[in-house]
Ligand binder design. Structure first.
Ligand SMILES: [Mn+2]
Length: 337
């Protein structure tokens, strides 16, 4: 049952259609399954993980969902979110371990059991920059969200979609397509969304839960962060400082999506968000969004990060001014090619 496609030279060689049945075959006999997603989980990582957890629990499997970090506030309503554990006992063993939406193994939590305790390790991802850390790597860079992959896995298991699982998948697609607005929106994810609605998902209810119940403190933080908006040519930046988070009594998980305001300025091609390190000496975290002409995954990769063509991120240690200068020069170069 062990492994199968350790790595490819080119992203186009991920061969998702061949790897999907390998995942289904690995899950069929599995009793104990661990599902995890990248640290600082977002709606896609969490939604896809919880969808899989829902379906596998319905199938009678013993499922643990693990992530050491805080879950995004607006996805905590999803079924099973309240059962996500933040640590695993040493020696915990599983038949299969699945990581969703994680570009590399080092984005996973510290308690993740190593082989052989993790069982068959499955990397379920759609990042073009993903690393083949799994025994099975079901990676489809063309998929709008990892939820799309999970939809196919559940279908492959021959299991009917429950409303709970359907809501989790729908949430993951909402998160990664920006509510069906980004270029990642394709006929496949819209067809799947249609199937999810047929399975009982209420689109407005989901929109309200995810995007229309924002904590007031988040809006206060947004107001502060937008005060830092700076536009230079086709680059817009925003800066998130610790003092702003302290003043508004919020947490870093409430900043998700702020960068989109910077990108939405007329004439801007690339937006970058600079998150001040929480501790002295820790790196700055930089997120990028592109309108499409500039490949920000390639820029993030130069600094050891990764992501998608239009949405990526990386961490850079150093003085604020030098970090900004390095990013600005990379983006300028990328815009001039
Ligand atoms: Mn994703």
């Amino acid at each position: 049952m062990k492994a199968i496609n350790r790595g490819v030279a080119h992203a186009r060689d991920w061969r998702p259609a061949e790897n999907l049945p390998l995942v289904v075959d690995a899950l069929r006999p599995a009793r104990r399954v661990l599902v995890t997603m990248h640290r600082g989980p977002d709606g896609d990582g969490l939604g896809s993980a919880l969808a899989l957890a829902c379906a596998l629990r319905e199938l009678g499997r013993e499922v643990t969902v693990y992530n050491p970090d805080e879950l995004p506030y607006n996805f905590r309503f999803l079924r099973g979110a309240d059962q996500v554990v933040t640590s695993l006992p040493p020696g915990a063993a599983f038949d299969v371990t699945i990581a969703t939406d994680s570009g590399s193994a080092d984005r996973l939590g510290p308690d993740l059991p190593r082989a052989p305790l993790c069982g068959v390790l499955i990397n379920l991802d759609h990042h073009i920059t993903t690393q083949p850390f799994g025994d099975i790597n079901y990676v489809d860079p063309a998929a709008a969200a990892v939820g799309v992959l999970v939809f196919k896995i559940i279908a492959g298991l021959g299991h009917p979609l429950s409303v709970d699982a359907a809501e989790c998948i729908y949430a993951s697609i909402l998160a990664d397509t920006g509510c069906f607005r980004y270029s990642s929106t394709d006929p496949e994810c819209l067809r799947i969304a249609a199937a999810l609605i047929e399975a009982g998902v209420d689109p407005w209810e989901m929109t309200v839960r995810v995007y229309e119940q924002q904590p007031l403190a988040r809006m206060m933080l947004l107001a502060e962060v937008l005060g830092t908006l700076a536009v230079q040519g086709k680059l817009a930046t925003i800066t998130i400082k610790n003092e702003m988070i302290a003043r508004t009594g919020t947490g870093a998980d409430l900043t998700d999506g702020f960068i989109n305001y910077a990108r939405s300025v007329d004439g801007v091609e690339v937006a970058a968000s600079f998150r001040e390190p929480e501790q002295q000496g820790a790196p700055w975290r930089i997120s990028f969004r592109s309108r499409g002409r500039v490949d920000v995954a390639a820029i993030a990769q130069k600094f050891g990060g990764g992501g998608h063509r239009n949405a990526a991120g990386c961490s850079i240690a150093g003085e604020e001014s030098s970090v900004r200068a390095r990013i600005a020069s990379e983006i300028e170069q990328a815009m001039n090619v």
